[in-house]
Ligand binder design. Structure first.
Ligand code: 26Q
Length: 822
């Protein structure tokens, strides 16, 4: 018998083509002759979505029937990147759909380019959450990601006259086919007001929170499919809306405009994602966002729990909750409030449940980046939570006093309330006290955490601490973005590596195979040609695909030291000016990254890069040997073009400042060699790929500590290094700023006088290492061999490995297989 395929679930080319035409007509409402690119994109997205929903509903049913233990990943950011291509890869339908589109006279690549990426994150932390959602689904772990559905994500970046200009990210403008609104899943969230207490008729002490404002959270669900499994997990993002209850109307009697204003105020809560450097203090709306997320997420979990059981004392058996940094740390107090005030559990029972529910991941060592909220602000917005935090703190400090009698200073450091100058709530302390597990994101970072920012907590409860080195998903960051390399690898070792990245080891013997090396080189070259075309089209600079592509893409921050890379570029430029016939390796430097809108120095670094680019790119003496490109609006989509085309990956942060880095992993997995410091996950990457396949430079954490202990004097370094001094002077004298000697003064002056991030201390080592790397690049045989060995040994950095470790050590959760019922 011939089974006809269902148009909504079938996977043959013919069915996909028919389903697409059907959606074009009945969803988009278009005849093919007049359909736009966006119509085509949406028709295809809905075609793919139908196949997703089949798996999603089966997953949900399986989990519900089995009351499966579920991971909840709480994060203020999920930086997903475009869905279409990734879903096609994970469904195993990429080639079939490409074929179906071709038969329809369309180019799948053009449709893929139509998708506006959901930029619901700043950078590493948000992207990590997205990689982890991919791995959770691929490993068949029941999971829910809880986040915020920002109406405007991270701003779009334009470069005007070399400066960054921020443009509102209207990502929802043309609709979002990947989400399903759930207007029936609506939860109330309170703000402000006051509390009162009384004793109820059963003699229980009760606290009532009478809020000043109430909003509702509405769920928007996006299915997250695993790779070639039926598991599709839930990403549930919340949008804030006004509650128009009868009370609300009565309250505003006769004041229609007042009522509308309250509506607008409520909806502001999920309007915009905050960039990550903004001075926290006084950012009331940010605290509202964080609490809004936590309250919605925890109420939702309790709602789901009560559908199957009425015994909340076992809540932590059903759910385990990971806090992605301290942004959702108010969850600790919120779960206590829900359990004690609303579900009437005794404090001690609630506290046991709470601590067994939460685990906390720290992503930073910068002390000034630790989240803290002024008490008056906190108390006026969340009066009940402040009481709860006081109670938690009092009980906690009683224990500390027992452990360390008389140690007042330690008590003050451990306290959730900072009483030093102004009073603050310290969110990291709250997260530590309220969690059963605490982890850093790379081995070095986890060690430094124990020695510095979380030292007292480590000494108190060492058993809570562990390391979980970050990872990235090979599906998006290799299979989707680098099809050429994926094909080459799979032709030689099969496709298992996509789910078991350790298998890349099987490439090692091929590093000696000349034929394989030639193919490897050809793939890289093709990727570089493609990036060169994009650069030409985007910024009008022509770059030579056989030059070394030396790439630094990440958020702009002083500790990441983009300007150290600039110092080396000017050094090279200077040497070429001094010796016009100098035989250097043709070199293309490519930068990308956004600066937080309020971070002036970071924006000035962008201006510096563009100013140096302007001079270098138009100077005939260096023509064709040195090019500098700043790619505007670096985001996930741009990353997918950039990583596969890199020869050299710049990972040059000051040792001890980059918690992990994940771009470093994406580059190395795509065959770039790394020039880097012993910082974050660089340390482990070097360990894995071998010191001989990694360009190491710069001072170690210990050496830098020593330098500061002895009194760091950057001006002495500059005065004793003629080339460095010339480079700094060249910037100061206005060579890159049309004679303006003021423009870059804040950068250069800081380097001379303070140099907090030790650029000058690492300068010579960096320049030497750069030279060594570029010289080696001329030996293409050797370079390609090192590139192959890098990829072969990068298996550890799959997010699948990271998620397995979280599952075993922290979450104690197991896979649940989802069958496809038809
Ligand atoms: C906080 C308060 C108010 C407004 C914004 C923020 C905020 C938002 C985002 C603070 C920090 C962030 C993001 C931090 C981040 O991305 N950290 C990076 O996390 C990666 C994943 O673990 C690491 O690889 C990077 O090393 C780390 O810098």
């Amino acid at each position: 018998t011939v089974l006809t395929e269902d148009d909504r679930t079938g996977t043959s080319v013919e069915t996909l083509r028919r389903a697409f035409m059907d959606n074009l007509f009945f969803v988009q409402g278009r005849f093919p002759e007049v359909a736009t690119k966006n119509d085509h994109y949406l028709a295809l997205a809905y075609t793919v979505r139908d196949r997703l929903l089949l798996r999603w509903l089966n997953s949900a049913k399986t989990y519900r029937d089995q009351f499966s233990r579920t991971v909840c990943y709480l994060s203020a950011e999920f930086l997903l990147g475009p869905h279409l291509g990734n879903n096609l890869i994970n469904l195993g339908l990429y080639d079939a759909v490409a074929e179906a589109m071709q038969q329809t006279g369309l180019d799948l690549n053009v449709l893929l380019d139509q998708e506006e990426e959901p930029g619901l994150g700043n950078g590493g932390l948000g992207r990590l959450a997205a990689c982890y959602m991919d791995s959770l689904a691929t490993l068949e772990i029941p999971a829910i990601g809880y986040g915020i559905r920002y109406e405007y994500g991270i701003f779009d970046q334009e470069i005007r006259d070399g400066w960054q200009v921020e443009i509102t990210d209207k990502w929802l403008r043309y609709g979002n086919p990947w989400e399903i609104a759930r207007p029936e899943i609506t939860l109330p969230v309170k703000f402000g007001g006051s509390t009162y207490s009384y004793t109820d008729d059963q003699g229980r002490y009760r606290v009532v929170w009478q809020p000043h404002q109430m909003v509702q959270g509405i769920a928007y669900d996006t299915p997250i499919l695993g790779y070639k499994v039926n598991t599709a997990n839930l990403l549930r993002l919340w949008r804030a809306e006004a509650i128009e209850s009868f009370d609300f109307q009565a309250f505003n009697t006769g004041d229609y405009y007042g009522a509308v204003n309250e509506k607008i105020a409520s909806e502001n809560i999920t309007k915009v994602l905050y960039p990550n450097d903004e001075q926290l203090q006084g950012k009331e709306l940010r605290l509202m966002q964080q609490y809004f997320l936590c309250s919605c997420a925890l109420q939702d979990m309790i709602r789901l729990y009560l559908q199957c059981s009425s015994d909340l004392t076992r809540f932590h058996h059903k759910f385990t909750v990971q806090l992605n940094d301290t942004h959702p740390a108010i969850s600790v107090a919120e779960l206590m409030r829900l359990l004690v005030d609303e579900h009437l559990l005794p404090w001690d029972t609630a506290w046991d449940i709470t601590r067994q529910t939460f685990a906390y991941t720290n992503h930073t060592l910068l002390p000034e980046a630790l989240e803290k909220w002024p008490l008056p602000l906190f108390g006026s917005l969340l009066p009940r939570h402040l009481q709860i935090i006081y109670e938690i703190n009092q009980r906690f400090l009683d224990q500390v006093r027992l452990a360390y009698p008389g140690d007042q200073e330690r008590l003050a450091r451990l306290s959730i309330i900072d009483e030093s100058e102004c009073r603050y709530v310290r969110m990291a302390n709250l997260a530590c006290v309220g969690s059963h597990a605490i982890n850093g994101v790379a081995a070095l970072h986890s060690e430094l955490l124990k020695q510095t920012v979380l030292r007292d907590f480590y000494e108190l409860t060492p058993e809570k601490f562990s390391n979980k080195t970050n990872g990235v998903t090979p599906r998006r960051w290799m299979v989707l973005s680098n099809p050429g390399l994926t094909r080459l690898i799979s032709n030689h070792i099969g496709e298992d590596w996509i789910k078991h990245l350790d298998q890349l080891r099987r490439l090692e013997p091929l590093a000696e195979d000349a034929g394989f090396a030639a193919e490897w080189h050809a793939v890289k070259h093709k990727n570089k040609v493609r990036l060169a075309e994009y650069i030409q089209q985007r910024v009008g600079i022509s770059v030579d695909p056989s030059s070394i592509f030396d790439i630094l893409v990440k958020r702009i921050h002083e500790y990441k030291r983009q300007h150290l890379c600039v110092l080396n570029i000017i050094t090279l430029y200077q040497r070429l000016k001094d010796h016009p016939n100098l035989d250097i390796t043709p070199h293309t430097f490519i930068f990308g990254g956004k600066a937080a809108p309020g971070y002036y120095k970071a924006k000035l670094i962008i201006k510096l890069i563009n100013s140096v680019a302007e001079v270098v790119n138009t100077d005939p003496t260096v023509a064709d040997r040195l090019k500098v490109v700043f790619l505007p609006d670096y985001n996930v989509t741009c990353g997918q073009r950039v990583y596969p085309a890199a020869d050299l990956s710049e990972q040059i942060s000051t040792a001890g400042y980059e918690a992990s880095g994940t771009g470093n992993m994406k580059f190395a997995l795509n065959g770039a060699l790394t020039i880097g410091t012993l910082d974050g996950a660089n340390v482990e990457i070097r360990e894995e790929v071998g010191a001989e396949n990694f360009f190491l430079f710069g001072n170690t954490v210990e050496q830098l500590q020593e330098i500061w202990r002895n009194g760091y004097r950057p001006w002495e370094i500059a005065n004793n290094n003629p080339m460095l001094k010339r480079v700094l002077d060249l910037i100061s004298c206005g060579h890159f700023s049309h004679g303006d000697t003021e423009l870059f003064r804040p950068i250069v002056e800081h380097l001379w006088q303070n140099d907090r991030y030790c650029l000058l201390a690492d300068y010579q080592s960096y320049v030497d290492c750069q030279e060594q790397a570029t010289r080696l690049y001329r030996d293409q045989k050797q370079w390609v061999k090192m590139s192959i060995l890098n990829v072969a040994r990068m298996g550890k950095f799959s997010s699948d490995r990271a998620i397995r470790e979280y599952c075993e050590d922290i979450w104690r959760v197991q896979p649940v297989h989802v069958p496809l019922a038809d």
